[in-house]
Design a binder for this molecule. Structure first.
Ligand code: HEM
Length: 385
């Protein structure tokens, strides 16, 4: 299938976009709500257009890659079968049971910041928190923390460069890590640890055991989904609160307000930039004619800053109705990990607030925006008291 040949409406790699991605997307969304670029093909910015894409998987398919991606790269009916296997792993019961371990991880990291003065928050808190939480949730050893951080950095660089050979090598590297974990459990037999990884190895889908490729793909998606978004989200929350000392003080005094504040700050600046779809037939969207086989990119934060849906979209409103917030998506691919993510972010932010009396941007700024497809900050220097 040939994609539409179009003159580009914008350039996602331009210096302007990289300096301030959120503002740049807002500007393109105003001018051209469904915009073509050579890098992404069709970018969808408006809330109504994004909802139309999310709620019509027959027209807007998730089969965007020839590589297996369970369940993100699947359409119904296969997608439905795999979702049924995955969803129980993020039940309220499982998330509640994991919360004390998550607290312990966040507290140790937050307390290390006490009296530290100036810190780089991504490397000293956000990334280690995300990696340690994910490993603890899955039952993985501490020895994996450093390799996973390094893998994430390399994966983001290769995705940005659209370096296919590097991405293929990285996928293999991840598969090797997971294969080691599975092998240990196979060899242990009945003595294998009673953790989520062992449980996943015993699942069936449509009456057949999950294949090794399925398990690896599921674990890759959970791990990349968790580490990338949780680390980015922690950085975004800390940076926004650094510039809003009044809200920081309010949350320190009333920690019950933390969950609502998280949803609203991440509506203003989402930790996940985009997801993709491919059309199965010709379609009109936002006044543009899109051919069958064209690629679409959903821009989550732009949809969440759409003034047609959110009153004064650029302002922080703690009591805002969040029912239209697309932070975790909508429709059949809505984030299954959302209950875990919400708990982890609440615990991380409460630990940071409890271990400190105040933080602000380090002198001279200190926030370096991450480069697409990453979101949030690649570096965040804060003065912590
Ligand atoms: C702040 C953190 C997170 C955010 C903002 C986020 C956001 C999202 C969004 C917007 C989608 C929908 C994608 C689409 O429609 O194409 C999604 C899907 C998904 N997320 Fe998350 N996520 C987060 C954390 C997690 C965690 C912690 C996990 C698991 C450990 C996870 C696993 C997944 C999976 C497996 C899918 C694919 C679901 C499917 O295709 O049916 N996410 N996420």
């Amino acid at each position: 299938m040939n994609p539409s040949a179009q003159p580009p409406d914008w350039d996602p790699r331009s210096a302007d976009v990289q300096r301030g991605p959120i503002r740049a997307y807002d500007e393109v969304a105003q001018r051209c709500p469904v915009a073509f670029s050579d890098m992404l093909q069709w970018s969808v910015f408006r809330h109504a257009d994004v909802m139309r894409v999310l709620l019509d998987p027959a027209t807007f398919s998730n089969a965007v890659s020839r590589h297996v991606a369970v369940p993100n790269g699947m359409d119904p009916p296969l997608h439905t079968a795999y979702r049924q296997v995955i969803e129980p792993y993020f039940s309220a019961q499982r998330v509640d049971a994991f919360e004390p371990a998550c607290h312990a991880i966040a507290d140790v990291l937050a307390q290390a910041l006490q009296g530290a003065g100036e810190v780089e928050l991504m490397e000293s808190f956000a990334l280690p928190f995300a990696v340690r939480a994910q490993c603890a949730f899955m039952g993985w050893p501490q020895a994996l923390h450093a390799p996973l951080v390094s893998w994430l950095h390399k994966s983001q660089a290769a995705t940005l460069a659209q370096d296919r050979p590097a991405l293929a090598a990285l996928a293999q590297e991840f598969d090797g890590i997971v294969e080691g974990l599975l092998q240990t459990r196979r060899q242990a037999g009945a003595a294998a640890p009673h953790d989520l990884t062992t449980a996943l190895m015993q699942e069936t889908v449509n009456g057949a055991p999950l294949s090794a490729a399925d398990i690896t793909s599921i674990l890759r998606n959970w791990t990349v989904g968790e580490i990338g978004t949780i680390a980015a989200a922690v950085g975004i929350l800390a940076q926004w609160l650094a510039g809003h000392g009044d809200v920081q003080a309010q949350l320190r005094a009333h920690s019950a307000l933390v969950p609502a504040a998280i949803e609203e700050i991440l509506r203003l600046h989402g930790p996940l930039a985009t997801n993709r779809r491919v059309t199965t037939c010709p379609v009109e969207l936002g006044g543009r004619s899109i051919a069958a086989g064209d690629r679409l990119t959903i821009h989550w934060t732009s949809a969440n800053r759409d003034g047609r849906v959110f009153d004064q979209p650029d302002t922080f409103q703690l009591d805002r109705d969040q029912s239209a917030n697309l932070l975790y998506g909508a429709g059949i691919h809505v984030c299954p990990g959302a209950p875990l993510a919400r708990m982890e972010l609440r615990v991380a932010l409460q630990a940071l607030l409890a271990a400190t009396t105040q933080w602000q941007a380090a002198p001279g700024g200190g926030a370096v925006p991450a480069v697409y497809p990453a979101s949030g900050f690649s570096s965040l220097r804060l003065r912590v008291q």
